[in-house]
Write a protein that binds this ligand. Structure first.
Ligand SMILES: [Fe+2]
Ligand SMILES: [Fe+2]
Length: 344
């Protein structure tokens, strides 16, 4: 074992306490407490300070609070729930032993005990605990890696779609940030904001399916061409369809609804008002604001004031008026994003 294990021994009998300490001190550092309530307090305090005990030995019969109650409370607290509890007691009948296991103890050792056997059993529990922690760390690492690979792949997919559209890829970056800023302003939960950040980047992923002569056409699109152009919403939704991941589901919703308009005149379904999902409504504002304030082959960049005027004019027509307000309330941090991720 590498780092020292911390063991808590709770027993009202001084002789038993000292005897256990002598047996267990080879396995780790031992703290001793003489009653159930003090033992519980010590265990909770250690957990709160970030160094929870690795194992707790509990006597059953003790003043103030018996060992069963201590165990019950340790198992009820998320901070101490995973600490292995071993009962060491003279209550050796089957009912008591069963009660101890039912409370979540990992072992039940009857007094008088053989020191070597107690030491071997406690060592096994400590090793199991350490092994479990190792596995949990490995899983946490792998989960982090997978999450970040997942985000990275989605990000690159978003950029691939964007590059085809003759843009720098920075539009998508800025838009993601704006969406998160607006979402934070609406006090959406942090987890939701992360998803919104990554999902909004995929709003135009369906452009992958639009032919070059339409997507890259410098002039005005004919009606027929515009109809094909509009299908990028449905194509995007199809690309992102049918996965359990909350992120992909949100990305699908955004791809499908970011061109819907508050007054029902948008596409592809002509949804109106709050029938348009919130994430789609947020993305619509951020997308238009960024398009207006960026230079494109066919137009120069509008000033921020001009773009703000346009958003205000379109509040209640193109955009959810409350969200326009939320966006304008957080215009400053959005402009900071422009500073950081402006087009060269
Ligand atoms: Fe779009
Ligand atoms: Fe866009």
């Amino acid at each position: 074992m590498t780092s020292t294990m911390n063991i808590l021994i709770v027993d009202d009998d001084l002789v038993s306490r000292s005897k256990l300490e002598a047996i267990l001190e080879d396995l780790g550092h031992c703290d001793l407490e003489p009653s159930g309530d003090k033992g519980l307090a010590a265990a909770l305090e250690a957990a709160a300070s970030g160094r929870p005990y690795d194992l707790v030995c509990l006597d059953v019969e003790m003043p103030n609070m018996n060992g069963y109650e201590v165990c019950r409370r340790l198992k009820a607290d998320p901070e101490t729930r995973t600490i292995p509890v071993v009962f060491i007691t003279s209550q050796k009948d089957e009912t008591n032993e069963a009660a101890g296991f039912e409370l979540g103890a990992v072992d039940y050792i009857a007094k008088p005990f053989s020191p070597r056997v107690v030491q071997a059993r406690i060592r096994t529990h400590l090793e199991l605990k350490r092994h479990q922690e190792y596995l949990e760390d490995v899983i946490a690492d792998r989960t982090r890696e997978l999450r970040s690979a997942h985000f990275e792949i989605l990000n690159r997919l978003a950029q691939a779609a964007e590059f085809r559209d003759n843009e720098t890829g920075r539009h998508v970056k800025r838009l993601s940030h704006y969406c998160r800023i607006v979402g934070r302003g609406l006090e959406l939960p942090e987890e939701h904001l992360d998803a919104l950040f990554h999902a909004s980047a995929l709003h135009d992923v369906g452009k992958i399916g639009i032919p070059d002569h339409i997507l890259l056409k410098p002039g005005r699109l004919t009606d027929a061409e515009f109809q094909i152009m509009q299908t990028h919403t449905r194509i995007g939704a199809q690309l992102l369809d049918s996965h359990d991941s909350k992120l992909l589901q949100m990305a699908r919703v955004i791809a499908l609804t970011h061109h819907e308009k508050w007054d029902g005149s948008g596409y592809p379904r002509g949804l109106a008002g709050t029938r348009i999902p919130l994430e789609g409504r947020i993305t619509a504002i951020c997308d238009v604001f960024d398009a207006l304030t960026s230079k494109r082959v066919y137009k120069k960049a509008w000033t921020v004031d001009e773009a703000v005027e346009q958003l205000k004019k379109d509040a209640g027509r193109h955009f959810d008026p409350e969200l326009v307000e939320a966006f304008l309330d957080h215009l400053d941090p959005c402009l900071q994003i422009v500073e950081t991720y402006g087009d060269e």
